[in-house]
Design a protein around this ligand. Structure first.
Ligand code: UDP
Ligand code: MG
Length: 311
């Protein structure tokens, strides 16, 4: 039995030593060999140097993939999946918000036959009311659009069986919303509840812009319903046109002079909805373009700890 742990790292110099200590303490007590795969997602701080030090200190267990540029958390995790060799693969944040001590609990479930064991957040320490509220609304929207596919209060913290990791690796899409991809893959899934801690040190690397991109990837990669909005609105406009035409014919017959003031809001409403529909269509077109370019998902400038590939 071998265990891989993937740790995506973007500017995590403040936490890596502690994270490595806690992960090592947990993993060395496991019933099999393990590898800790740190993916440096184009950090601008001392993260790469620290990873080299960690590797020098424990070459038997430490692996590192160094990206040539920042590609985002979901891509960093995807790279980890490419390099992982374990029978089970765990994905965990570098900032200790996901407690490493939960890994043995997940492993027990895995050995009992579960193939995806995902962490479900009981409470979220250190997260703003804004983040909690937007997360709540987002899960409502995406589950409405996908027919309840994505489990609530889950992130990417999970242990998956080799078979599941291979399925995700076989999905080449660039717009990666991993928790959706795992949900789509299926298999025997179980939740393990945990309290999400505060970030150990440093600051979040998920500013609003990155969060919005992840949210959009989730919706547009897993639902075609936004495209159908244009059709639905078209039908509403047609119905409104027929009804209003009748109303105006009646008004004209009664000889009441009708002003044209109502034209302004009607025109603005039409223009507004048209632009929204165009924008939604554009989201899909941009993603189609992104896929057709067939760029590699990430560029690994350097790897450490993989046979024959040491930089
Ligand atoms: N991360 C990454 N690339 C990025 C942003 C974040 O690899 O572009 C990593 C980060 O180092 C951490 C994990 O993704 O291990 C989660 O990020 P963070 O803790 O900043 O997000 P939050 O927990 O605030 O949502
Ligand atoms: Mg975090």
């Amino acid at each position: 039995m071998t265990y891989s742990v993937i740790i995506p790292c973007y500017n995590e110099e403040a936490v890596l030593a502690e994270t490595h200590k806690r992960l090592t303490a947990v993993m060395s007590g496991m019933d099999g060999d393990y590898e800790l795969i740190y993916v440096n997602d184009g950090s601008k701080d001392r993260t790469p140097e620290i990873l080299r030090e960690l590797y020098a200190g424990d070459p038997a267990h430490v692996r590192a993939v160094m990206f040539a540029h920042n590609s985002g958390h979901q891509i960093a995790v995807s790279a980890g999946l490419d390099y992982a060799t374990g029978d089970s693969v765990t994905i965990i944040d570098a900032d200790l918000q996901d407690p490493p001590e939960l890994i043995p609990v997940m492993a027990e479930r895995w050995k009992a036959g579960a193939q995806v064991i995902y962490g479900k957040r009981r409470k979220r320490d250190g997260e703003t009311a804004f983040k909690k509220l937007t997360a709540e609304i987002y899960y409502k929207v995406i589950n409405q659009l996908t027919g309840g596919m994505i489990p609530r209060d889950t992130g990417d913290f999970r242990m998956v069986d080799r078979k599941v990791a291979d399925v995700i690796r076989s999905m080449p899409e660039h717009a990666r919303f991993l928790r959706g991809m795992f949900a789509w893959a299926g298999f025997r899934q179980e939740a393990v509840e945990y309290d999400r801690d505060k970030r150990f040190a440093g600051e979040t690397h998920y500013p609003l812009k990155k969060m919005l991109k992840l949210a959009a990837d989730g919706i547009f990669s897993f639902s075609f319903k936004p495209l159908k909005l244009a059709t639905a609105l078209g039908v509403v406009y047609l119905a409104a046109a027929v009804i209003l035409a009748l109303v105006f014919v009646i008004i004209a017959c009664c000889g009441t002079a009708a002003g044209l003031w109502w034209l302004v809001p009607v025109l603005l409403l039409t223009a507004g909805t048209l632009h929204v529909c165009l924008g939604l269509t554009g989201e899909y077109i941009a993603r189609i373009y992104d896929e057709t370019r067939q760029r590699p998902l990430y560029v690994a400038a350097d790897v450490l700890g993989f046979d024959g590939e040491d930089a």
